[in-house]
Write a protein that binds this ligand. Structure first.
Ligand code: MG
Length: 366
């Protein structure tokens, strides 16, 4: 079964990929979010020519060859575009074999614990607390992540005193028996991160994400070594050399690959295996309700070193207007703090035909 046609449907935020084989079999995937229109151009220029005509079911070597053919273009854009091919081919294989992707990689469909993940920094501590308590009561979440510092903030806060106010306010409102996570998004110097980390430990927070500029592994390791809570990171890293360094020096306690930034499920499985060999758990980054979260759900029900929970964005149309109406039904419905990986073949989602009708279309074919 050979790849005959590769189509993309995109807007500036989201790009879906449809693969069709010479037998007429099809699969759906997605390139990584943000500037997805640029990524789809990369897809047709630098991915599709190497993939057309190759084996649609046995594609590990095709992914390697793309990197070799495009070796002068390492980094984010090639990986983001490769994700479209990888995720479409996993979906295709699932549909052909009649199995959900999770089963193709050694797991089973079913329920998965999720943590409620806030993306907002412009929210007041009181409003954040109130919506967390509402979500706890309505959806049964028992794990929450909120934001501290400012993004790549050079030690500055979103506004003066916000972090010192929101940490105890939210942590004490949630109380015992709830997992508490915070994300600094590369805000701090090591000295300031350790100072903030001591406050987090005193308030029972167990997960301190991206405390220092993420590319400064040594700075992050300084914080990891100084604190007893889990320091976590890796969402931006898309090259194996970076992962080897980060894992080898134990810069973090928990690794957080993003399936879509990293280049797809195949590459993410490799990073998960590297982490497993080093005894590190994986709590992937999945910050919106595009296909990334469904791919991460399948991954977490399959790998032996899965972390405690799935990241599940709690943001709606005010924050992520572009994620509205991508899929039919509600693939990320939460019940008792859990989502459910469907047992239908492939990723188990149906992309909304109305959304596809409005998208920009490109095709590459043999
Ligand atoms: Mg993060």
């Amino acid at each position: 079964m050979k790849i005959r046609r590769l189509e993309t449907f995109c807007n500036p935020y989201v790009g879906f990929v449809r693969v069709t084989t010479d037998t007429g079999a099809q699969g759906w995937g997605q390139v990584s979010t943000y500037h997805a229109d640029i990524t789809c151009t990369v897809f047709h220029r630098q991915i599709a020519p190497h993939a057309l005509g190759t084996d649609a079911l046995d594609f590990a070597d095709t992914l390697l060859r793309i990197n070799e053919r495009e070796h002068k273009f390492p980094g984010s854009y090639l990986r983001r575009a490769t994700t479209g091919l990888d995720t479409a081919l996993w979906d295709l294989r699932g549909r052909v074999e009649g199995k959900p992707v999770v089963e193709l990689i050694g797991g089973r469909p079913g329920r998965l614990r999720a943590y409620a993940s806030s993306m907002k920094r412009d929210i007041t501590p009181q409003d954040e607390r109130d919506r967390f308590l509402r979500l706890r009561d309505e959806k049964g979440f028992d794990a929450f992540k909120w934001r501290v510092g400012s993004e790549c903030g050079r030690d500055a806060d979103e506004w003066p005193g916000r972090t010192e106010e929101i940490v105890p306010l939210v942590a004490r409102a949630l109380g015992d028996g709830v997992d508490k996570l915070v994300d600094a998004n590369s805000c701090y110097s090591p000295a300031r991160a350790i100072q903030v980390g001591r406050m987090l430990e005193a308030e029972g927070i167990g997960h301190f994400e991206e405390p220092c500029p993420y590319w400064e592994f040594q700075q992050t390791k300084e914080v990891t070594d100084a604190l007893s809570l889990d320091v976590t990171g890796g969402e931006q890293d898309c090259e194996f050399t970076a992962w080897q360094t980060m894992i080898g020096m134990r810069a973090v306690d928990i690794v957080q690959p993003d399936v879509m930034y990293l280049g797809g499920l195949s590459r993410t499985l490799q990073v998960c295996a590297m982490a497993q060999a080093a005894g590190l758990p994986v709590t992937p980054h999945a910050a919106n309700l595009g296909l990334v979260t469904m791919c991460t759900m399948h991954l977490l029900r399959a790998i032996p070193n899965a972390g405690k929970y799935l990241e599940l964005s709690i943001e709606g149309p005010d924050y992520y207007p572009w994620q509205e109406g991508l899929f039919l039904g509600d693939p990320f419905a939460v019940d008792g703090g859990h989502v459910t990986i469907p047992d239908t073949p492939g990723w188990g989602v149906d992309i909304n035909p109305d959304w596809l009708d409005k998208a920009s279309y490109q095709v590459s074919e043999v």
